[in-house]
Design a protein around this ligand. Structure first.
Ligand code: SF4
Length: 279
């Protein structure tokens, strides 16, 4: 491994924390339905979401450094050569459009190669940088893009997702991709009880997302690393409601969830929306 050093002064703060690795396999098997393979162009993610589920899959301390694959295109090209063209997932264990992508263009290189080989992609991101690659996506067979959102208030968003962009910008990007004829979906995730306004997010998303998946913040117990990361945020910023929030997080049958599930079922039926409710 070695540090990358070829960037201008203003990028130094980012670059100091980026390393390369000679990971052997780029194409990994994927556990998602109807998708055989995933590619994570980065290991770690500079969006710094405190609730990040991908933490457990990162092979580095992603809060301190991001790792990029050396020679990703040479390796991937070799791995693809015996496969028939199919849809590959980008965004399962890292965000392919995290801020570093702007200058490292790992995802862009992967998309160029996949298009050249007639593969397609399903992308999940929290960034509007995906718009940069819309013409590549348009030329793929049935490519799809989903954005993930969880906060209507961007001041609160910053508390839980240190380095993401505004929710509205993500949704505007989705609308533009839809206009370009690209299949678009969304995730409302994670639903944090008494913090995430799911109903308002659905209103914001419904005109530009085909399917909307809704997932609650899922934490097993207080020793879980996700809870260790989130609890200080709640203690500091939600001192009066923290106990209420905590009780609902650890109790799937809490009235908060029962009421929300009923409301969502009603919205789904009345507005004929494709909501996939996983609360
Ligand atoms: S964008 Fe996704 S992968 Fe990146 S830190 Fe947030 S939850 Fe983790």
């Amino acid at each position: 491994m070695h540090f990358i050093t070829r960037y201008s002064k203003y990028q130094i703060a980012y670059i100091m924390n980026i390393m390369t690795c000679a990971e052997k396999v780029i194409l990994k098997s994927c556990s998602l339905k109807n998708i055989n393979y995933q590619i994570d162009p980065y290991i770690g993610c500079s969006h710094y979401c405190y609730y990040c589920y991908a933490l457990q899959y990162a092979k580095t301390n992603w809060t301190e450094r991001i790792v990029v694959h050396e020679n990703i295109i040479e390796k991937l090209s070799d791995e693809l050569k015996d496969l028939h063209p199919q849809k590959i997932y980008l965004g399962h264990h890292t965000d392919p459009y995290q801020p570093h992508e702007k200058h490292l263009i790992q995802t862009r290189k992967v998309l160029d190669l996949l298009l050249e080989k007639n593969f397609s992609v399903s992308i999940l991101t929290k960034s509007d940088l995906v718009l940069r690659d819309k013409y590549l996506l348009k030329n793929m067979d049935n490519a799809s893009v989903s954005v993930s959102v969880a906060f209507t208030n961007n001041t609160i968003r910053k508390l839980f997702e240190h380095n993401t962009i505004d929710t509205e910008l993500r949704i505007n990007a989705l609308a533009e991709l839809k206009e370009q004829g690209i299949k678009t979906n969304a995730l409302i995730c994670p639903v944090i009880p008494y913090v995430t306004d799911v109903i308002e997010l659905i209103r914001m998303l419904e005109s530009c997302a085909g399917t909307i998946w809704i997932y609650r913040l899922s934490i097993l117990n207080e020793s879980d690393v996700y809870w260790q990361n989130i609890e200080p945020v709640l203690n500091k910023n939600f001192p009066n409601t923290k106990d209420l929030i905590k009780h609902a997080i650890f109790n799937k049958n809490h009235n908060f969830w029962n009421i929300l599930r009923s409301e969502l079922e009603l919205i789904k039926k009345e507005r004929k929306l494709d909501l996939r409710i996983n609360l």
